[in-house]
Ligand binder design. Structure first.
Ligand SMILES: C[S@@+](CC[C@H](N)C(=O)[O-])C[C@H]1O[C@@H](n2cnc3c(N)ncnc32)[C@H](O)[C@@H]1O
Length: 359
């Protein structure tokens, strides 16, 4: 197991300087579109939070039943890479292999220079058209459609990282220098956003796919600005990845060497990958590392037509693993039935979000 030691808090506080980082207080209230992501330093006023997180769908979790809320929707149009692997190996693809394939494929989407890629595809289409070479045009158009949807979802709408929705979910939790454990961390985005809002503790990122440590998190843009707070002054501040106290553990969540030592256990897009018979185990991951009084924060993709369209059009890039789309009511009921008290629940752009604590 590879554990990278976190930096000492004093060290990174002392060395903080905005030198070499593109954004600071002068950019508050603005947003900037880069070739592969959007930087967003807009902070909603308290009265505007409901535009970014819609809360309060359920009044009393104890009276909610599965009959009331129905069952999640399963995304079952798998990528051809998965089908091919299973044909060649004469077996079901192991879950871990499906994550390795997913992470490499998803990472390629995040890394592409969208305007450049658009120019490349247009050039290729034009070259074929002027020579009346129609073979392969269908595939190029399909690639173009996927790129357009990725551009709209990630660079225009910022619905995947969704900094304002996530900040709305993490707002007002009263955490002081928390120790945060991020289960299935992938690129680590949400732990960094949480850290920026509640700095001075540490975040431990866990993923059993080494590629997440080296690439998804390892190559996460150093210049991406996270809007949070300055611990010394209480004023808003821009944080960058290299200023945070983060470590990455490459290990299966089932084998972690930790006890009940974290203030926050976080997961983003994990629960919906466990069929119902394994959900109690997944939910227990969120309990077993919490200090008394600690909180679990979970998000899962929402059951909405936009998400169904996304996983339909992007199937080749995204659909390697078992995946459900659920409503916030369904997600909360899983947590409630498995011994959690729901402290906050709501919907953000593409996900449901819940803050809960063991009952
Ligand atoms: C769907 S991703 C989370 C979504 C994430 N925000 C992203 O951008 O991809 C789930 C992550 O959990 C990891 N994972 C799944 N099961 C795991 C386990 N048992 N132990 C450790 N990591 C696990 C996968 O490798 C994957 O990177």
């Amino acid at each position: 197991m590879a554990i990278r030691e976190p930096k000492r808090p004093e060290l990174w506080e002392e060395t903080h300087s905005s030198d070499g980082h593109p954004y600071d207080e002068r950019h508050f209230g603005q947003t900037f579109v880069h070739s592969n992501y959007r930087a967003d330093l807009r902070a909603p006023r308290p009265q505007d939070w409901p535009r970014f997180i819609e809360t309060g769908q359920v009044r009393d979790w104890s009276v909610l039943t599965w009959k009331d809320v129905g069952r999640p929707f399963r995304v079952e149009n798998y990528a051809s890479g998965k089908r091919l692997w299973e044909e060649q190996n004469g077996d079901r693809m192991p879950v871990r292999t499906s994550w390795q394939m997913f992470n490499r494929s998803f990472h390629r989407l995040f890394m592409q220079d969208v305007p450049e890629e658009r120019r490349r595809l247009r050039r290729k289409l034009w070259e074929r058209a002027i020579r009346f070479q129609w073979a392969g045009v269908g595939e190029l158009l399909e690639e173009y459609e996927q790129l357009a949807l990725w551009n709209f979802t990630h660079r225009v709408q910022d619905a995947i990282w969704d900094p304002r929705g996530k900040r709305g979910l993490f707002e007002g939790l009263g955490l002081e220098r928390p120790r945060i454990l991020f289960l299935g961390a992938a690129d680590g985005y949400e732990a960094m956003q949480l850290y920026a809002m509640y700095p001075g503790g540490e975040a431990v990122l866990v993923d059993y796919d080494e590629f997440c440590a080296t690439d998804r998190f390892g190559k996460f843009p150093e210049h991406y600005p996270f809007l949070g707070f300055n611990l010394a002054t209480g004023s808003p501040r821009v944080w960058y990845k290299d200023q945070m106290n983060l470590s990455f553990v490459v290990e299966d969540i089932r084998n972690l060497p930790f006890g009940r030592e974290f203030d926050v256990v976080l997961s983003v897009g994990l629960l919906e990958h466990f069929p119902d018979e394994f959900k109690p185990e997944c939910i227990d991951f969120h309990r077993r590392f919490l200090k008394p009084g600690g909180i679990a924060i979970l998000t899962t993709p929402r059951l909405q037509w936009k998400s169904r369209l996304f996983y339909h059009v992007m199937a080749e890039a995204m659909n390697y693993t078992y995946r459900e789309l659920m409503t916030v009511q369904q997600m909360g009921l899983y947590l409630y039935e498995n011994g959690f008290e729901i402290l906050r629940h709501g919907i953000i752009k593409a996900h449901n979000g819940i803050v809960a604590r063991p009952r």
